[in-house]
Write a protein that binds this ligand. Structure first.
Ligand code: FPP
Length: 250
């Protein structure tokens, strides 16, 4: 029986967050430049998006470009941005056909104009789609988002709009870039690295982590199915005991 048939459709993670890692190493293994890996990574983006939508995942967040990635060689940054523009342009039809909404988190104002324009158009076009939301983390880092949230809250406090007692987890969640999305249930990182790398630090508080050695350009639907099947074997306790969780289920 293929793995996908073992997946319980009633317990699919509502939100999956992915760190797409290993493009550079994949290219190096083939004796090619890093950009070659990024180009092949686009097929994996397509596969994971399609695979998640097929299973009824409601939110899929992909770490496409971190704040720290701005420190890469200019040539690589330019190539990544060009690839992003091209991909968004070529995939918008597919997003429409599959009823997928495109959204972003991050300091997108720092992206090149053509990239901003392409994103704006695709987000506008797909804004009423309801099957799944694909969120691209672009020029994103969680520490930036948390600092930004603290500034917003401090401003509200200073102007007297809120009191000290109003500052709670809900208020913080509602001032983050991810405020419109539920926290991820599952976080997948490819390429064997086991780090969070400044990704959704607040939101991943109770997520299940899944690490695979597969390099991102090799990541296919079957790998997503394996991650979800593994997730379904976990007991999510949210700080409670196993006995309490079992009792609540029965
Ligand atoms: C990490 O691998 C990958 C990235 C920083 C970029 C990922 C971007 C894409 C796959 C293009 C996606 C396009 C859209 C529209 C979402 P790495 O370069 O850090 O690999 P390494 O760790 O092996 O060096």
């Amino acid at each position: 029986m293929s793995l996908v048939n073992t997946i319980d459709r009633n317990n699919v993670p509502q939100h999956i967050a992915v760190i797409m890692d290993g493009n550079g190493r994949w290219a190096k293994q083939q004796g090619k430049f890093r950009v070659f890996g990024h180009k092949h990574g686009v097929k994996s983006v397509r596969e994971v998006t399609e695979g998640a939508a097929e299973l009824g995942v409601k939110y899929l967040t992909l770490y496409a470009f971190s704040t720290e990635n701005w420190n890469r060689p200019k040539l690589e940054i330019d190539a990544l941005m060009t690839l992003m523009v091209k991909t968004i342009k070529s995939e918008t039809d597919t997003l429409m056909k599959n009823n997928i909404r495109l959204s972003t988190i991050g300091q997108t104002e720092n992206l090149p104009n053509d990239c901003k324009e392409e994103l704006k158009q695709a987000m506008e076009l797909t804004k009423d789609n309801t099957h799944m939301t694909l969120i691209l983390a672009l020029s994103y880092s969680s520490k930036w988002d948390i600092v930004d949230s603290v500034k917003k809250i401090a401003t509200q406090y200073k102007s007297g709009d809120i009191n000290l007692e109003d500052i709670n987890e809900e208020l913080i969640s509602n001032t983050l870039a991810t405020k419109h999305f539920p926290d991820p249930d599952l976080m997948i990182r490819t390429s064997g690295e086991q780090r969070i790398s400044n990704y959704l630090l607040w939101e991943l508080a109770y997520s299940e982590f899944y690490f695979t050695d597969v390099l991102w350009p090799d990541f296919r639907k079957e790998h997503l199915h394996a991650a979800i099947a593994n997730y379904q074997q976990r007991e999510r306790r949210f700080g409670k005991t196993g006995e309490q969780v079992a009792k609540n289920k029965s």
